[in-house]
Ligand binder design. Structure first.
Ligand code: SF4
Length: 67
């Protein structure tokens, strides 16, 4: 599973990084970026999905959109 952040929608609140810093980090530009690699660890994946679902602006997307 891969994650992507829409930098136009992200408000840089930092919630995704707080939940799953293995996948998300806040860039110098002030918005979140997701690591461009497949997340295979189940525990990390679950937290990354929580971050996706918890993003206040729905800026996080995955290659397996499930809602
Ligand atoms: S939770 Fe959403 S709005 Fe907040 S930093 Fe992450 S991607 Fe951006």
């Amino acid at each position: 599973m891969k994650f992507k952040v829409d930098e136009n929608a992200c408000i840089g609140c930092g919630a995704c990084q707080a939940i799953c810093d293995e996948v998300f980090e806040i860039s110098d530009e002030g918005y979140a970026v997701a690591k461009d690699e497949k997340v295979t660890d189940e525990e990390v994946k679950e937290r990354a999905i929580s971050a996706l679902e918890g993003c206040p602006t729905d800026a996080i997307h995955s290659d397996e959109e499930e809602d």
